[in-house]
Each structure stands twice: as C-alpha cells, then as structure tokens.
Design a protein around this ligand. Sequence first.
Ligand code: HEC
Length: 400
Amino acid sequence: MTFPAERLGRSCPVLCVILLATPASADQSVSLDSLQISAGARVFSQSCLPCHGANSPSALDLTDPIELHRKSPTAAKIVREGVMPPWLPSEMGAPLMHSRKLSDVDRTALLEWLDHSGPGKVPATEVLPPPSQNCELIVRVAENWRVGADPGLTLRSFALSRDHAIDRHAAQYFNAVELVADAPGLVHGISFLWDELGYGARLDASDPAPGYDAVGDIGLNASGSGGGVSRLSTLWRLPKGYAIEIPTDAVLIAEVHAEGRGKVESPAATVRFLAPTEPFKPVHAVSVSAARVAMIATACEAVSISIRAGAHVKSIDVFAKDANGHSRCVLNIPRWNEALSEPWIFDPPLALDAGTELFVRSTVNEVAKDTLVDANASAMNQPMIVLLVADKDADLIREK
Ligand code: HEC
C-alpha cells in the first residue's frame, strides 16, 4: 500500500522521504592500507570479493583464511581457465566501467598472489570512500515486506510518496544512488522509476500487503529509467556531467528483487539519491526489448545500461544499427545470470547518432522452451533493457 503524504509526518517517522540538509560526510580520507597490499591482492579484492565475501552472492566466503587456503589452487585453476569472474558482458560490446573483467596484467598479478602469497593473507574488502556529495533524499524501500525461506527470486514493486517538506518548485536532480540493505545480500537489486501519472500508487493502494505484485514499469516507461542498484553495485553513479531529473510531484516506484535464504527475512533497505556536484546534462531513458525496437531521434550519449531478465534467459545481445544500416554490438552477455545482474556504466559514454535503431536478441534455455508459461513468466523470458542517454547538444544545467 502507499503512504499518503499527510500520514508520513504523524505516524511513519522513519518512512519514505527525509531531506538531508547537511553534506553526507565531512571525512573524505581514504585508508592507506589498500596501498600497502600487493597488486594481486588488490585485484582479488576488487574482482572476486564482491561475490565471495560474507553475505555475498556465492556461498563461498573467500575472506575466511582457511577457506581461501583450501580453495586457492581451485581458484587459480578456474581463473586460468577464464571461468571466474563469471557471467560478465564480453569484450564484444562497448567498454564498461567496473565490469570486473580481468586485464592480462591483473590476471597475472592475481595468479601470482593466489599461487604464492595468497593463502592466509586476506585483503580487506574494497570499501568505497563515503560519497562526498550532498544527499538529495533518502527513502526506505520494501518496509514491512517479508521474503519467505524458499530460494528462487521474487519481485515486488513499491510506490513511495514524496514528503511534502521537499521544495516541489525547485528542479531536483541526482546522479548517484546508494543502497544500504538491512540484511545485505538478501536484496539482489532495486530499479527505480519516477511515476508522474500515479498508476503505481494506485496499484500499490489496491494491494492490501506492502507493495504490489508486478514489475515497476508504468506504461512505456520501464523500471530502471530512474537508475538502479544491486548487491554488486551498491553505489551506482553516472559519469560526471550527467544527472537524472526528479519530476515535480512524481511518486518513486522501486522494483525490488530478492531471494529467500532459508528463513523469513525483511528485505527493507535505505536508499540515498545523491545530488550532482557539477554542471550536467539531464539524461532520459530509452527502453528496448524483443518486442520494442528503439529509435534514436537526436544524436545522444548513452551513459548507463541495465537489464531485467528472468532465470531462463541464456544469452543477451543489444545492437545499435546506424542510419546506413551498419550494426554494432553494444552489449553481449554470453551467459546471463539473473541472480548476479547489475546495472552497468558505459566508459566512455557511447555515442549514438540520430537515426540509430537499438534492438535486442536473446536466447532462452531448454527449460523455458519446454514449459508453458503465464504472461508474467513469459515477460521475464524477454529481457528489458534500459539505456540512460543525454542529448549530445543538451545545455549544461548548473544547480544552485
Ligand atoms: C559475479 C559474482 C562472482 C565473481 C565476481 C566471482 N565469483 Fe567465484 N563464484 C561465484 C559463484 C556464484 C560460484 C558458484 C559457487 C557458489 O554458488 O557458491 C563461484 C565459485 C567459485 C569457486 C569455487 C569453484 C569450485 O569448483 O569449487 C572459486 C574457487 C571461485 N569462485 C573463485 C573466484 C575468484 C578467484 C574470483 C575472482 C577472479 C571470483 N571467483 C569471482 C560468483 C562469483
């Protein structure tokens, strides 16, 4: 259900939207420890620990020295074979930031470390310095939702009213989103949409339980057009010089993906939207699916790409076909893993000329081919791709 603004102030003190007037953190110093560990250990920390720490997506905790000691030979073997890190976009697509892809130099350093000095010495998980930006707003997401014990991903959407304390007349922008989950690892990902029409709020209100049982898309606007975070990318940040507008009076829709872990748990999380610190171009969403080719009308720069696709999807390709009919691959994921999905940032931003057509090709596994599915499941078999793009010639916006 939705929480109308007038109820917020009185009875839901922690809920929904709080305005932070002060900068997020005054302390911007970064620990020097990370500079003292070897290159291989640093690669391990950056490329492996996001999935192999405590509470992370795989059951294997390599921050445990005994486990690391035991698994080092296997780890070295599968890194040599290119098995780990897994499920990443391939080199065929456009370059991405923080893709955890190993360069040759990094792979050599990691193998050296795993072979010789790794066991027993576990580098601390890479901790990002606290964002030094002003926080635009904080929301509590999925409050009061309980995820059951059964494994298997579940999805639920939530409509979150904005507190009337926020100055509605001021244009508001953000260029980063930070996820702090109450129970880390339980929530796989949250994608956002700013709903100006109120459909999401109505759906939420008509469902007696918290949230509603459908994807967060509103009409042709796909969830993810307001950015997204995942347990692998808890701080999602657009490149400098780009930001997303929060439309006046819009309701925030959060589409939450979580997975049971053997007990009933609350996937509630705190999400912070961070204001841009320098002049920027506003971005808007372009969504693409098998059923929907997107046409780029004005030359633009794509800065972010996110995907929603179910467990039966096997591979995903996104192509850009220019006005001369020449196609290039923008994103290629040879082996899709729903449980390890995350939003990606193009680095550098991807130039798309006017007249470019974006389209998707994907395959599904044998299970999906053999099973008759309902409309919901069949939608999840068709990846929904959201690109955030800025018009190439857009004027820079400077917020006061
Ligand atoms: C995107 C997430 C992800 C990343 C990044 C990742 N792994 Fe894994 N890894 C997994 C998953 C999932 C498994 C399957 C085992 C499980 O479910 O726990 C696994 C399994 C393993 C295993 C056990 C294999 C076996 O046969 O016993 C080792 C060792 C391993 N990974 C090492 C690494 C190393 C070294 C890196 C860094 C180069 C790495 N992983 C990066 C997700 C990841």
